[in-house]
Design a protein around this ligand. Structure first.
Ligand SMILES: C[S@@+](CC[C@H](N)C(=O)[O-])C[C@H]1O[C@@H](n2cnc3c(N)ncnc32)[C@H](O)[C@@H]1O
Length: 407
């Protein structure tokens, strides 16, 4: 592979924004890709993948290059040089690479690769936490897979089409997909492509949604005509799935503390041809209290550490802090206590996260069931998804039922 100057500069600029200006990697990459209209798909792929790869392995590369954050431009080039050397790419004679110690880089890599927190590039505190919660074996395997690029998975919108027709339509737009067993609405791209440009997307035939995430709405066992509350709806990935499972009949009340996220959901709902969603911002306890005892179904897709989706957000390894996880656990438990009151007797709720930590998952559900309000519920089933076992995002979902007066 030959390195092109303007693409490498774009990578360095992106890394500067992510590491030094604390910006989110996905937003930075999105912006970078708009920089030069002449870039073809290979150029765009190079910029995106190189930025992500260096973010994923920041700790390992920094240790090899012997540089410390905050990184000035020279140090960002040193990280880049480590990446290129380990990939076997011949470095051009640019001034940034004149002192690159190629052999030393390979030696340091072999040495550091024996230690998980360097090999997988994880902060010490996160590595300790993962081992404490999941044990050495599972944590080691999970962190290895979380450093791989995730597949692109689509969810067919059954309000507008079916899987077979969607596959054919995408084929006509040069995008090849395959079906996934055990995931009835999923199509996996066999090769990465910009699916947002397709006519099928503009017509609302699909959404991009990981296969594990697609299992959550189904877990809630919704039926057309029900009153369903999606209490942490965000931009509505699961709300849209709920609405399509309900065939646009009944009502989905999509709530979130951020109005900006619900506004995005509004746009997506229009594209998806979804008519049965009502948006409600949680700006006080009032909107929740008004729904006490009213919901047939409740989805709590809780805010979490996101440790199950590091493949998609590798910068989270550097942005997360232990205090954040402690605080988010308190929010999870408060949300479970308060929002569960919206479920009517005999109704059901799902508590879900995209975390793999038992303390955010089964432990939260256990604590809830042992609490005063939780006594009204029983656990029907739960599902723990690890990325290294499933090949898809790490997720947790638990289905609980509120007992009727006489059970
Ligand atoms: C995991 S995300 C939701 C993703 C979304 N359900 C989807 O499928 O695309 C969690 C959401 O919870 C919201 N949130 C955080 N604290 C909340 C609270 N106290 N009540 C309701 N929503 C909250 C966040 O704004 C975020 O959108």
């Amino acid at each position: 592979m030959r390195l092109h100057r303007n693409l490498c500069f774009a990578v360095i600029d992106g890394l500067h924004q992510i590491f030094n200006e604390n910006e989110y990697a996905d937003k930075v990459v999105q912006q970078l890709l708009k920089r030069d209209k002449r870039w073809g798909s290979r150029d765009r792929g190079f910029v995106a993948e190189t930025v992500y790869e260096i973010v994923r392995y920041q700790r390992l590369y920094a240790e090899i290059a012997n540089v410390k954050a905050p990184y000035d431009r020279d140090n960002l080039w040193r990280l880049f040089a480590v990446w290129a050397t380990l990939k076997g790419i011949k470095l051009p004679d640019w001034k940034y690479f004149t002192e690159t110690p190629t052999r030393k880089i390979k030696g340091r890599f072999d040495e550091l690769s024996k230690i998980r927190k360097f090999r997988e590039s994880i902060p010490d505190w996160m590595d300790d936490l993962g081992v404490r919660e999941l044990g050495e074996k599972i944590w080691t395997e999970e962190m290895a897979i979380q450093n791989e690029q995730a597949d692109v998975i689509l969810r067919v919108n059954t309000l507008k089409t079916n899987k077979k027709d969607l596959q054919l339509k995408l084929q006509s737009e040069d995008i090849e997909t395959e079906f996934l067993s055990d995931h009835p609405w999923a199509l996996k791209l066999t090769k990465r492509a910009n699916v947002f440009k397709t006519e099928a997307f503009k017509n609302g035939w699909f959404e991009v949604q990981d296969a594990s995430s697609q299992l959550v709405a189904d877990f809630l066992d919704v039926k057309p005509g029900m009153k369903v509350v999606d209490a942490c709806a965000g931009a509505g990935g699961k709300t849209l799935h709920l609405a399509s499972l309900m065939e646009n009949k009944g009502q989905v009340i999509a709530m979130d503390i951020y109005e900006s996220k619900l506004k995005k959901l509004k746009v997506r709902a229009r594209r998806n041809g979804v008519h049965n969603i009502e948006l409600k911002v949680i700006d006080s306890t009032k909107p929740i209290k008004k729904l006490y005892g009213k919901a047939d179904r409740l989805l709590i897709d809780a805010p979490c550490s996101g440790l199950g989706v590091l493949r998609r957000n590798p910068d989270a390894k550097w942005k997360l802090e232990p205090e954040f996880i402690e605080n988010i656990k308190k929010t999870q438990s408060e949300v479970l206590q308060q929002y569960s009151k919206m479920v009517k007797n005999g109704g059901k709720m799902v508590y879900a996260t995209c975390s793999i930590l038992p303390s955010e998952n089964q432990k939260q559900v256990e604590n809830f069931l042992n609490s005063e309000d939780g006594k009204a519920f029983k656990l029907i089933k739960d599902k723990k998804i690890l990325a290294h076992k499933s090949g898809f995002d790490g997720f947790y979902m638990a289905l609980l039922e509120k007992k009727t007066e006489n059970t």
